[in-house]
Design a protein around this ligand. Structure first.
Ligand code: HEM
Ligand code: HEM
Length: 183
C-alpha cells in the first residue's frame, strides 16, 4: 500500500526529479565510460575528469534530496494487472535505481578523497582530501566501475518494463511519469 500523498500518480516535483536525475545519470554513465575507454591526451583528460567530478558531486547533493523526497512520499501503487513477480521485479529495480543515485557519486567521491585528492566542484566548493588510504580508495574505485556496469543493465530492464506497459498493457505507467495523467 502506498503512503504517497497522491496515491495514483506522481506529483510535478517527483516527475521533474525523475527526469532530471535520469538524464544526468545516463549522461554521466556515458561520460565515465568515455573517460575510461577513449585514449585522450593528458591535457584534455584532466579537465574532463574535473568536470565529471563536479557534475557528479552536484548529482549527489541533488540526488540526496530526490531520494529523500521519494522515501518521504512513498510510491504510488503499480498500474495494470501484471503478475506478482513482475511487480516485485519492478519495485526491486526502483530501489536499485534509487540506491545508484547515491552509490555512484559517493563511490566516485570516496575514490578521490581517500586516494589523497581533493575535489574542486565547479570552482565554488572544495572538498578536501581525507588522506591516502589506497585500500579504501581502490575499493571505492572498484565499486564505482562495477556498479556503473550493473546500473546500465538495471536501466535496460527498467526501460524494457516501461515499454512493456506502453506497448502490451497499454496502461498509463509512462504517462503518469510524463504528464501525471492516469487516464
Ligand atoms: C552520478 C554520478 C556518477 C556516475 C554515473 C559515474 C560514472 C562513471 C563511470 C561509468 C565511469 C567509468 C568506470 C569504469 O568503467 O572503470 C567513471 C569513471 C570515473 N569517475 Fe565517475 N561517475 C559519477 C560520479 C563521480 C564522482 C562524484 C566522482 C569524483 C568526485 C567520479 C570520479 C570518477 C573518476 C576519477 C573516474 C575514472 C576516470 C578515468 O580515470 O578514466 N565520478 N564514472
Ligand atoms: C529513458 C529512460 C527512462 C524511462 C523511460 C523511465 C521511465 C519511468 C517510468 C514510466 C516510471 C514510473 C513507473 C511506475 O509508475 O511504477 C519510472 C520510475 C522510476 N524511475 Fe525511471 N525511467 C528512465 C530512466 C531512469 C533512470 C536512469 C533512473 C535512475 C538512475 C530512474 C529511476 C526511477 C525510479 C527510482 C523510479 C521510481 C519512482 C521514482 O522515485 O521516481 N529511471 N521511470
Amino acid at each position: 500500500m502506498s503512503k504517497s500523498n497522491c496515491p495514483t500518480t506522481f506529483d510535478a516535483i517527483s516527475r521533474f526529479n525523475h527526469w532530471i536525475v535520469a538524464i544526468a545519470m545516463i549522461g554521466m554513465l556515458g561520460f565515465g565510460l568515455y573517460l575510461e575507454n577513449v585514449d585522450l591526451a593528458r591535457s584534455v583528460k584532466g579537465p574532463l575528469i574535473g568536470l565529471h567530478k563536479s557534475i557528479g558531486v552536484a548529482i549527489l547533493i541533488y540526488g540526496l534530496w530526490r531520494v529523500g523526497y521519494r522515501l518521504q512520499q512513498g510510491f504510488p501503487a503499480a498500474l495494470g494487472n501484471a503478475p506478482t513477480w513482475q511487480e516485485i521485479a519492478a519495485k526491486t529495480v526502483h530501489w536499485l535505481l534509487l540506491a545508484s543515485i547515491v552509490i555512484m557519486p559517493l563511490s566516485g567521491l570516496m575514490m578521490s578523497v581517500f586516494g589523497g585528492r581533493p575535489v574542486n566542484v565547479f570552482g565554488v566548493l572544495m572538498i578536501p582530501a581525507i588522506g591516502d588510504f589506497p585500500a579504501i580508495g581502490k575499493t571505492a574505485g572498484a565499486v564505482h566501475a562495477i556498479a556503473g556496469k550493473l546500473l546500465i543493465a538495471v536501466i535496460g530492464i527498467h526501460v524494457l518494463g516501461v515499454l512493456k506497459h506502453r506497448i502490451f498493457d497499454r496502461d498509463a505507467t509512462l504517462s503518469r511519469m510524463v504528464t501525471g495523467r492516469v487516464e
